[in-house]
Ligand binder design. Structure first.
Ligand SMILES: *Cc1c(COP(=O)(O)O)cnc(C)c1O
Length: 386
């Protein structure tokens, strides 16, 4: 976890600056968009690479009333860091830390009978009821309980456990497959199935506090998907779920992470000089090369070899040749910035720098993966803490 980073007293090789004021503003923007539904800030995978605990605290300051993680370990870390509100985690495997979760008052997701058995057993041992949210697969085809007999059995057994005081069914929920493709027919189909599965459970006597299905793209584009709670991840970090639905600015969001490095070496080379492993770049003429000291170990995608954009001295440069484990090179076209000059890989874009989306396009992936994979060797430097 990147919970604490020492204040940078000396220039850093590389840094991921995390603007917590931007994160708070994004959460407020999403609250307004959620129009009365509560906001869950999703801080799984170390806050999508931004640092789970500082981001969780900032999100709570801005009015997020729920926090969400994938694994129970991630949720327990938030509790241990002193976050006292509602925390939900959804990715369980048999033998998981159910009792610790019950004792930490987490909301846990249950998608099938094995999980319901393990959580009721843990609640019995803990002597406290577990907060359980039943997850429906409304069409994603991933986690969640299938409609029909499976759902009927899960709901029936959960109600029995609730009757025995072992659990409280706090939520009914699901997840979209294609919310980032507005108009995709699966969206309406999933909403219909979700309403049906809710109606069945409520008809049997479930009284959930929250019903929820919306992730960031659904929160941004589908007012009918908000229900009682929206689970926003990527949008709180100021990144659009996909370039097709709009830019961050289109939604009033501001990117939170700025990734930069100190240029480690600048040198003149003749034309015809091969650059980096495999010599996939050869200088077209006499030029200058700049060494940027971050590589795939730091999460810079090797797929961005020959294509990743970097701002140096006010100009966009491109990764020349291969991204190596710890470094890559840019052709500076004859410019000679001082060693130590700032190379900005991505940020909000308003200083002319590329964005995480630009890197996603260069690497053939999504911006989620770009920020989430920034490695632990890159210190996170928090600015604008409240
Ligand atoms: C990651 C995740 C989210 C958040 O998705 P974003 O697209 O980042 O908003 C919501 N719900 C579940 C179940 C998730 O796994």
């Amino acid at each position: 976890m990147n919970e604490t980073a020492p204040a940078p007293t000396a220039p850093l090789r590389a840094r991921a600056e995390i603007d917590l004021a931007a994160l708070r503003a994004n959460v407020r923007t999403l609250r307004a968009r959620a129009a009365g539904a509560a906001v869950m800030a999703v801080v799984k995978s170390d806050g999508y690479g931004h640092g789970a605990v500082p981001c969780a605290r900032a999100a709570v300051q801005a009015g997020a009333t729920w926090l969400g993680t994938a694994t129970p370990e991630e949720a327990l870390q938030l509790r241990a860091a002193g976050l006292t509100g509602r925390i939900m985690c959804w990715l369980w495997t048999p033998g998981g830390p159910w009792q610790a979760a019950v004792e930490a008052d987490l909301d846990v997701s249950v998608s099938g009978m094995w999980a319901l058995r393990e959580v009721t057993e843990a609640a019995r041992r803990a002597g406290t009821p577990a907060r359980v949210q039943l997850k429906a697969d409304t069409g994603l085809g991933r986690n969640g309980c299938q409609p029909g007999e499976d759902w009927a059995e899960l709901v029936g057994e959960a109600l029995k456990a609730e009757g025995e005081g072992l659990i409280r069914i706090t939520g009914l929920w699901s997840h979209f497959a294609c919310a980032d493709e507005p108009g995709h027919p699966s969206i309406a189909a999933q909403l219909t199935r979700f309403r049906d599965m809710l109606a069945y459970a409520e008809g049997q006597g479930v009284r959930p506090e929250v019903r929820h299905i919306a992730n960031s793209p659904a929160t941004l584009t589908l007012s009918e998907a908000r229900f009682d709670l929206v689970r926003t991840g990527i949008a709180i970090y100021g990144i659009s779920p996909s370039a097709e639905i709009g830019s961050p600015a289109d939604f009033g969001l501001r990117p939170v992470m700025t990734l930069s490095a100190s240029v480690a070496l600048v040198k003149q080379v003749p034309g015809g000089h091969g650059v980096s492993y495999g010599h996939h770049y050869v200088t077209p003429g006499e030029t200058t090369l700049g060494l940027v000291p971050v590589g795939y170990a730091d999460g810079i995608p090797r797929h961005a070899s020959g294509s990743g954009p970097v701002l140096v001295g006010g100009k966009w440069r491109t990764v020349a040749g291969r991204v190596a484990m710890d470094q890559f090179v840019v052709d500076l076209g004859g410019d000679e910035p001082e060693p130590g000059a700032e190379a900005v890989l991505f940020g909000p874009g308003d200083r002319g720098e590329p964005t995480a989306e630009d890197w996603a396009q260069a690497a053939g992936t999504i911006a989620y993966e770009i920020v989430t994979r920034i490695g632990t060797r890159v210190p996170r430097v928090y600015v604008n803490e409240e």
